[in-house]
Design a protein around this ligand. Sequence first.
Ligand code: ADP
Ligand code: ZN
Ligand code: ZN
Length: 734
Amino acid sequence: MTDITKEKLYAGVIVDLRVDAVDKVFQYGIPDNMTHLDIGHRVLVPFGSRRIEGYVINKSPHLTIDPSRVRNILRILDPEPIILPSLVELGIWMSKHYVGLLSEALQFMLPPGYRYGRERVGAKTQQVVRLLESDPTLPRNAAAQKRVVNVLKEHKTLLASELVRLAQTSHSTLRRLEQKGILVIENEEIERSIDWDVIPCQSFVLSPEQENACRVIAQESSSTRKPVLIHGVTGSGKTEVYLQAIKETLAQGKRSIVLVPEIALTPQTVSRFGSRFGDRISVFHSGLSEGERFDQWWRIFRGEVDVVIGARSAVFAPVQNLGLIVIDEEHEGTYKQEEGSIRYHTRTVAEKRAELVGATVVLGSATPSVESYHEAVQGRYRLVEMRNRVENRPLPSVEIVDMRQEFEKKNRSMFSESLATALRDLVEHEEQAIILINRRGFASFVLCRECGYVLQCPNCQVSLTYHKADGKLHCHYCPHREDLPLTCPKCASRYLRQFGVGTEQVQAQIQKEFPQIRSLRLDADTTRRKGAHRRILGQFRSGEAHVLIGTQMVAKGHDFPNVTLVGVLSADLSLNFPDIRASERTFQLLTQVAGRCGRGDKPGHVIIQCYEPSHFAIQSVRSHDYASFYRQEISFRRMLQYPPFRCLTRILCSGPEEMVRDFSSVIYGFLLDKGIPKKDILGPSAAPIGKIKGRYRWQLIVKSDKVLSDILQELPPAPGDVYVSVDIDPLFLL
Ligand code: ADP
Ligand code: ZN
Ligand code: ZN
């Protein structure tokens, strides 16, 4: 009998070159002194005439290449495997499912700053000086050296920079003394600490709905581990449920990851976790420097952290013993990675990771994505409904204002009478308001100000977009183009207008019409600088302004007790966004922003200005009726065979115009060869944004019953300068 443990193993290594052609697993021999080599280890290997880095992703006795060509691993680069084995497995799955590079998938799992061929951030160190000889003999004229020794005698050890300052000298003096053996300069690692000002938060007596939610999560964790979808109205206390679930998880010796949309990752959110779990938490967000993230990554890796809170990428945090992944605001579009070769959805990845390690996924939202709710209706997710706000606070009242009528009444202001009156009252009552300017993506569709008609594509049920370049209206889903009409096709009015107002304009208008109102602006412009986002929210919280004006950013997650009014300008702007999820996004955004008011003791009121008040997405916001929204939306999806009924895949080619057009036809032919019916392929056609940075973009959108990953692994290779990206379950089709 052969002793299986003695069998020679070969290491499968993915080299870190990030080129399509080498995104392949190469086998290397494991020298005798490296028997401890394991999956996830970072190694140095010979590659052609070079030596490069790679990651071990498997060990196998089966050699797939000619034995005489096997070369050995040169060196193991870290004492321990740097990628957890379960994350290696997740990476392999992702590269297959999303038809992307494995080296890129593994990149997500590495410490921030670990990147082949690039400067590493590494640990932060500081130089410390220690005195070795307390009474050295020094030359009479060495005054600076004497000063250094005297200062050091007082302090024993000092930061080099501090010592230089106190002794009024330079680093070269220190080095001279070190050469003489009088002192020693050492590098000491320090951690870049992050302050997440911990505001104490009390623990509450759970409401019956909260208790029920906790019970369901506990049940699932100890049985089939279905993902739990918490559909809870804004202010129903979902966060409290997450906190309880984390506590339970900890009690079983397991750790948690909490994912939150980047913009909801405010100090307030973090402090709610910090006040419960102290310094056993870690936070990942884009406001941290790469060095800070590096340090947090290592804290997690070393097991010093029980709860990781972060945006999308935290789903890959190196948490061992993972028991729970929470995805708050699970409907958010920012959970989708929109760059690179692996365009993953965090929810999908979280589910896979949980499945691999036996953890439970909890999804929460006041407005679940149609996909997730459908899963729940189908019984794949366990559904928990939380219908009431905590302490029986009422949901805000919602008023819909038809701006066509305002126009008729000769009100040319951007504020309806209702909103204007409410704004004036605000100052009197010393309350606060949030004004949302709904401007998703590029808001350049054409609307008739008199009847509200939006110019639409005859074939696609999406609005047409005005393109400055050729002065025509384009459809983003098919090749249809037409001239801009002079009058409205429906009512013949001449008031056709391109739509889209900016926050700045609104602020100026408020200053003009309501000089007594102080306002703050929260948008991409005002939050560009580090810390600005936090500062503006802080100012608003402390009452420095009556009104917070902003884009989507103001809609999410905030808890300002003094906000009693929410105003939405051009609410249906996003309904006309050329996107199959336009209704869903509009409903979500409006419900979320409405949920920002009436969270304290005073009830809230919402005024939604729009041109299409009868649209079901708007009507469902008024009645706080998710179920009714869902029913109508899902029947629309069923009718058009959109997700969740069928999968969408987008194949985008970019490069020189002619090559891109030709190659997208090649792909079209390939898809037909694979048996995909013509009617399920939209395109090839120019992408809605037809050119970016001088590269032309053509796309095909494919509908299918199953995910197309397997077929697309075999896509014909793209010629020279053409880049092909595959997006499985795309959220945006621009
Ligand atoms: P959601 O995330 O569902 O919008 P939150 O978790 O933010 O709701 O809770 C809304 C507010 O209610 C928060 O200020 C929170 O501190 C408070 N809260 C949560 N649970 C309770 C409870 N059981 N009793 C009293 N207040 C609670
Ligand atoms: Zn069309
Ligand atoms: Zn009209």
